[in-house]
Design a protein around this ligand. Structure first.
Ligand code: AHR
Length: 553
């Protein structure tokens, strides 16, 4: 601890030159310092931290993922081929479906069996359309049920991901939940539902492990209070047949930092007693979106949010702070969990996160909650993923909201047009962390500064994380400063580098984004890293996300 404080002080850096020799002299020249403590492992980074969220909302499923088997758009079983290829490229480990709020209005039976016999229903999000738009009868307005459980599991299989299904607690029964598990997991040739699945082309069970027990049960998932929800949780999860699959139930958790939910839920579930038996809870879901509400001038919720494309540096920094808050949210809920979970077995599942802007930049009216994705969103995503890495002992899964044509999307589509966004580039870079051992890191750099309603405000210039896999060290970081590059000395404590290279996501304009018409405005480029005695040096460009891949000697 002493040493870390010591390195954080610029004056002390000069003194370090005398102690550590040439490497420390270089450290003294740099304006920023990063320490990678190779002998201080935090835990294994669950690949599922790099998961995704897909909901029957606007054009996430229809048009985004599913184009239909008869489509001229290249597809496999109706699933957009270009998207599948990119999912494999980022090693997508997990996908959550069918919502979101939609989940608690969804009857899974509507989405199985012959497609031409499936019912058309009112989609949860229908009210987001005008009356005129509703008359068009798009699948995005009314739910066609063309895409159901078999399609979702196939999407996961072809993407290389594991399915995570959110059950309906608000409007279906525990028996319906049991039957959905049975449809997915009962062995070939056993139950009637296994035969129904076989008739859809899948005699072998899907072996779905991850099951969400409702979604946002404090809000659209039923307006429960935490004690009521604890009772529901028991009804839905007790004695669900497992068919030999170790089921991992994710309890619907708090909105952002509402610790009263976490405490109320576990207090009721465990009858007020801390326990070694967490009554079937594998994970606790946490949702944290980042808004620019602080600067909004309207009482209207949508109008008060910031714009995806029109923003200034202050909007940028304020959003950095909002995004960064998730680290305290994680720590606070972890502390609350610790009051009940004597072995800290329950993992936090941040299964919805990302910036959320006001409507207006979506590619077409049916893309509800659709927004353009700029360099700013790449930086916010890097910030979030580094936080999850740094808390690898606490976060068991996470899902970026949402995969395509929606909030913090990796992909935008419209008909045969398909483009990857800067958020995709970040997932591509950070895939190297999956399954690695997260290492303790210390980042120190001058703050980006701005004026917050007449008061000075600041945000750390550099933030990041590191992980180790065999002899490969992966360091990722964001430079949140929109104007200042940061020249950093990266001290490797406990190992030496044989070689290193860097990959940078960024652009000269912080508003740069890949639109359907201009798909290559933001790219990943490689950069040189200098090997120094005791570590590395690298200049992090302003407003960028960087990965440094180090081969250890
Ligand atoms: O991602 C959009 C919505 O945000 C989800 O449906 C809901 O869970 C959350 O409030």
């Amino acid at each position: 601890m002493q040493r870390r404080k010591f390195l954080k002080s610029a004056a002390a850096s000069a003194a370090a030159a005398m102690v550590f020799g040439k490497g420390a002299a270089l450290a003294a020249e740099a304006d920023s310092h990063i320490e990678i403590l190779l002998n201080e492992p935090i835990g294994t980074i669950a690949p599922e931290i790099y998961g995704h969220f897909t909901e029957h909302l606007g054009s996430v499923i229809y048009d985004g993922i599913y184009v239909g088997e008869g489509s001229k758009i290249p597809n496999q079983h109706g699933l957009r081929s270009a998207l599948l290829e990119k999912m494999r490229a980022i090693k997508a480990p997990m996908v959550r479906w069918p919502g979101g709020c939609f989940a608690d209005s969804y009857d899974w039976r509507d989405g199985i069996g012959p497609k031409d016999k499936r019912p058309r229903r009112t989609n949860f999000w229908t009210d987001n359309f005008t009356v005129e738009q509703r008359k068009q009868n798009l699948p995005q307005i009314y739910e066609s049920n063309d895409f159901g459980t078999d399609d979702f599991v196939r999407f996961c299989q072809l993407s290389g991901a594991e399915p995570y299904i959110a059950g309906n607690v608000r409007s279906l029964t525990p028996l319906d939940f049991d039957h959905w598990v049975e449809y997915c997991n009962s062995p070939k040739g056993t139950t009637t539902l296994a035969e129904t699945r076989a008739a859809a082309g899948s005699p072998e069970p899907y072996n779905v492990r991850y099951w969400g027990v409702g979604n946002e049960s404090w809000g659209c998932g039923g307006n429960f209070d935490p004690e009521e929800y604890a009772t529901e949780f028991k009804r839905y999860t007790t004695w669900v047949p497992s068919y030999g699959v170790p089921l991992r139930f994710v309890a619907s958790g708090p909105n952002s930092d509402e610790q009263a939910w976490t405490r109320g839920f576990f207090n009721k579930l465990l009858h007020g007693q801390p326990s070694h038996d967490m009554r079937g809870v594998w994970g606790l879901s946490v949702h944290h979106y980042a808004w620019n509400l602080g600067r909004g001038k309207s009482n209207d919720w949508d109008a008060a949010k910031g714009d995806a494309l029109k923003f200034d540096p202050i909007d940028w920094y304020e959003l950095c702070r909002e995004t960064d808050r998730v680290e305290n949210v994680i720590l606070d809920h972890w502390t609350a969990l610790g009051e009940f979970d004597l072995d800290h077995k329950v993992k936090l599942v941040v299964d919805e996160y990302g910036p959320w802007y006001k409507p207006g930049t979506e590619n077409s009216p049916e893309q509800i909650l659709g927004q353009q994705i700029t360099v700013r969103d790449a930086v916010m995503t890097g910030l979030s993923l580094d936080i999850f890495n740094r808390n690898a002992d606490k976060v068991g899964m996470a899902a970026c909201a949402q995969l395509v044509n929606c909030l913090n999307s990796l992909f935008l589509t419209h008909g045969d047009q398909f483009v990857t966004t800067p958020v995709f580039n970040v997932f591509e870079l950070y895939a190297a962390h999956q399954g690695g051992t997260a290492l303790r890191t210390e980042f120190s750099s001058p703050e980006a500064k701005w004026d917050r309603d007449g008061k000075p405000a600041g945000f750390a210039g550099l933030k990041g994380s590191a992980s180790l896999k065999g002899k490969t060290l992966t360091v990722t970081a964001v430079n949140a400063d929109v104007a200042q590059p940061r020249e950093a000395f990266i001290a490797l404590r406990g190992a030496a580098a044989a070689s290193a290279k860097a990959f940078v996501v960024g652009a000269s304009d912080i508003h740069a984004h890949n639109s359907l018409g201009q798909p290559e405005q933001v790219k990943t480029r490689s950069a040189e890293v200098a090997l120094r005695p005791g570590g590395l040096s690298f200049t992090f460009p302003a407003a960028s996300v960087v990965k440094i891949e180090v081969a250890l000697a």
